[in-house]
Design a protein around this ligand. Structure first.
Ligand SMILES: [Zn+2]
Length: 298
């Protein structure tokens, strides 16, 4: 069981500003079908734009993490404890409160481009759990993620609402809206192409039977993670590095954040995490490879 309590601070103080960075999003940007040439699902429209209305929800059959629609989704903490692979996963949270902070100028950016710079420079695979609102706010950054053949894209809800009654004080989404919230987010993310998956992560890792049942029609795999870095609102990079390297094992799924102002030390921690993984003989790999859902060499 994942120690989700460590995540507690991430949710409530979403307005906290520690450091700012460049905001790369352009309001008129229209994403192309960027990426590695992976085909889109038959149900997605090749001409759809971020403002278009999809005609049918894609099922994502055949994508990593895809499960049979109608069945309660599996919940995964980590992959097999054999081999040397681990998954770096980065959550991209976005709430209405965070959007307000951006609009008011209180926060400059919730997109940590220094993380992308480093991962790209060192050719490190990673998997990004994106909220729909983050994608809508950062279409260019999303296209950059989708355009990297080492990066996978996954789903972290539309607006980072709680899917259970007690989830760090996050506002709760009504049960009858859960399925559509997650389906809508897949639709938003899938427009960007690249390495799309059917992996889903609940905000705060909060889920119960009702939340899992709501996802059954979507054919997804729920991914929690077994290494909680504690990077939200960290005030120094060293504890993040320690939290990761003290608990990481073969097959681990490491939870980090790409939210800049809400996780301002993550980019400073990342080089040390990568060095520590290498020293332990562990190699970052896409989540699908760590979970055994993807190509062995990816
Ligand atoms: Zn989150």
């Amino acid at each position: 069981m994942v120690a989700v309590s460590v995540l507690g601070a991430l949710i409530l103080t979403l307005g906290l500003v520690r450091r700012s960075g460049p905001d790369a999003a352009a309001p008129d940007f229209v994403p192309a079908e960027a990426g590695s040439g992976r085909p889109t699902t038959p149900t997605s429209s090749p001409t759809s734009s971020p403002t278009g209305t999809p005609t049918a929800p894609p099922t994502g059959t055949g994508r990593p993490g895809a499960t049979r629609p109608g069945t309660r989704p599996p919940v995964v903490d980590h992959g097999p404890r054999t081999g040397n692979r681990v998954a770096l996963t980065f959550d991209a949270d976005m709430t209405d409160g965070m959007l307000f902070n951006l609009r008011s100028g209180k926060v400059a950016s919730y997109a940590n481009l220094k993380i992308l710079d480093l991962l790209e420079r060192d050719q490190v695979p990673a998997t990004f759990f994106l909220t729909g609102k983050w994608v809508e706010r950062y279409p260019e950054v999303t296209a950059r993620i989708a355009g990297n053949p080492r990066f996978e894209l996954a789903n972290h809800t539309y607006g980072h609402l709680a899917f259970t009654g007690d989830c760090y004080g996050l506002p709760r989404i009504p049960t009858q809206q859960m399925t559509q919230d997650v389906a809508r987010t897949f639709t938003i993310v899938e427009r960007y192409g690249g390495r799309q998956t059917r992996y889903f992560r609940f905000p705060g890792l909060c889920h119960d039977g009702a939340a899992l049942a709501a996802l059954a029609p979507l054919g997804v795999t729920v991914v929690d993670g077994d290494v909680v870095s504690g990077d939200p609102f960290a005030t120094a990079w060293q504890p993040i590095v320690r939290a990761v390297l003290d608990t990481v094992r073969p097959g681990s799924v490491i939870i980090l954040h790409v939210t800049e102002a809400n996780a301002a030390m993550t980019d400073e921690a990342l080089p040390h995490i990568l060095a520590g993984l290498a020293a332990r003989g562990l190699t970052p790999a896409p989540l699908s490879a760590v979970l055994g859902d993807g190509p062995a060499d990816s």
